[in-house]
Design a protein around this ligand. Structure first.
Ligand code: AMP
Length: 447
């Protein structure tokens, strides 16, 4: 990517006097926050339950990390990385994905000496210079889980199960597409057969696919070019070329998935775009995509990468398995499935104030509620009681507290039951305790 030149016109949305986000970058506004928080808190709960520790990694890495791991001939490295040379002459890249980074961290911090597998998770933004469209951005967040240091198929099943259950718990109806890519050695034989097959059909291939045929033939299997469906369906299938150990490994993974009732479909064309995958690969897709923009988009995916740690200079035979889920796509899917959580947390009390003195005192009373762990709504910007009570109604507050000029002078405050309209006057110093007790009584009655 050029660094000195100004952004090409295509990367700024339109000529405008006011600054705007770059193409493919977006602000996450209030209407999505509840969904993002739900996703992150579910991720935290799920990883805690399965014994994963969090890792936070820098957004910039040496370019060589991704060239060596993801692969020079992959779409990501070839055309999607935001790469530049800094003032000190170092070539660096805004990370396009997390697995290579986690592998780097595992080696750099000697995690090989910890009890294996080392299980790590992250929830961070990544960057790819892709053509922006719905569900495809240039900055996007991933929830990633990685288990390094075990080649046991149960680890594969556990990661896949976590990804599937995660989507299910978000209210999404998903299925796992799964395949095995075997070992690099068995894959070599398969690729040779694949090339032979597609060479026989060279005339039917598009320019892009002809390039893939020479550079990265496996990628022909996820080509969406017209006419490829039939060619792919008749192509040699990788399963027939798997070595015995990979076959056994794959069968075991499927057995575990059967046992835990994870819905899956075998997909011999699922190769994924990165060089480091071995054996199991999978993607999580929506069953009957609820909106056309989600058609064919994976919510997440991952697989086994037994060769990556040794390739980056770590200990030989360090096997690993991981997955990454796209946060923006999960939010899109939640919207389409009407599974968005309510925008605001339920509030316990709505705070109304009348007049300047009440507003001043009100700020301090409001703070006392907050310190007491009571969720309070307010509209300090509104003047009339009517307008404030209307908001309280909208927010479904069960009680409102009202502070007027008279109450400020008396050191009191009014508690109003929003349903019956009944009001009582109490000591302002005691109001937090009174409301807390009421809430406790209600909670106990409901339990
Ligand atoms: P990958 O790292 O390519 O396997 O992607 C894992 C998941 O990250 C995908 O299934 C998507 O949900 C998400 N993802 C990847 N690239 C993008 C992108 N450009 N925009 C939004 N989400 C993405």
């Amino acid at each position: 990517m050029p660094t000195e030149k100004a952004a090409p016109a295509a990367d700024v949305k339109k000529k405008s006097k006011t600054p705007e986000t770059l193409r493919g970058f977006r602000d996450v506004l209030a209407d999505e926050q509840a969904a993002w928080e739900k996703i992150e808190s579910l991720a935290r709960g799920m990883t805690q339950a399965y014994g994963f520790g969090r890792i936070r990694m820098p957004v910039l890495e040496q370019t060589a990390l991704f060239e060596r791991s993801v692969g020079k001939d992959t779409d990501i490295v070839e055309k999607e990385m935001f790469t530049f040379v800094d003032q000190g002459g170092v070539k660096m890249t805004l990370r396009p994905e997390g697995t290579a980074q986690v592998a780097r961290a595992y080696i750099e911090h000697g995690m090989v000496n910890q009890s294996q597998p080392v299980k790590l998770w992250y929830f961070e933004p990544f960057f790819r210079h892709e053509r922006p469209q719905a569900g495809r951005y240039r900055q996007f967040y991933q929830w990633g889980i990685e288990a390094i240091g075990s080649d046991d198929p149960v680890v594969d099943a556990q990661i896949i199960l976590m990804a599937q259950r995660f989507c299910r718990d978000l209210g999404l109806d998903v299925i796992v597409q799964i395949n095995s890519l075997g070992t690099p050695a068995s894959r070599k034989d398969y690729i040779a057969e694949l090339v032979k097959y597609f060479k026989q059909h060279k005339k039917a291939l598009s320019e892009t696919d002809l390039k893939r045929l020479t550079k990265n033939p496996l990628r022909l299997l996820d080509s969406k070019e017209p006419g490829m469906e039939e060619l792919k369906a008749n192509a040699p299938q990788i399963f027939d070329y798997l070595d015995e150990a990979s076959k056994q490994h794959f069968m075991k993974v499927l057995e575990y998935l059967d046992e835990t009732e994870v819905p899956y479909a075998l997909n011999p064309c699922l190769v994924r775009g990165l060089d480091y995958y071995t054996k199991t690969t999978f993607e999580i897709v929506l069953n009957n995509a609820p909106s056309p923009e989600l058609e064919g988009l994976a919510l997440g995916g991952g697989g086994r990468y037994d060769g990556l740690i040794p390739m980056l200079g770590g200990r030989e035979n360090t096997s690993a398995m991981g997955a990454a889920m796209g946060v923006e796509r999960m939010v899109l899917a939640m919207k389409a499935a009407n599974a968005m959580p309510p925008r605001r947390e339920k509030i316990d009390v709505f705070f109304c104030q009348l007049g300047e003195g009440a507003r001043r005192k009100g700020l301090a009373v409001y703070e006392k509620f907050r310190e007491g762990g009571i969720m309070v709504g307010e509209a300090f910007g509104k003047g009339t009681l009517k307008a404030q009570l209307e908001i309280a109604d909208k927010l479904k507050a069960p009680v409102a507290v009202i502070l007027g000029q008279k109450e400020v002078l008396d050191g009191t405050i009014i508690i109003r039951d929003m349903e019956s309209g009944a009001q009582e006057i109490v000591d302002v110093e005691k109001v937090v305790g009174i409301i807390a007790k009421r809430l406790k009584d209600v909670a106990e009655k409901q339990a």
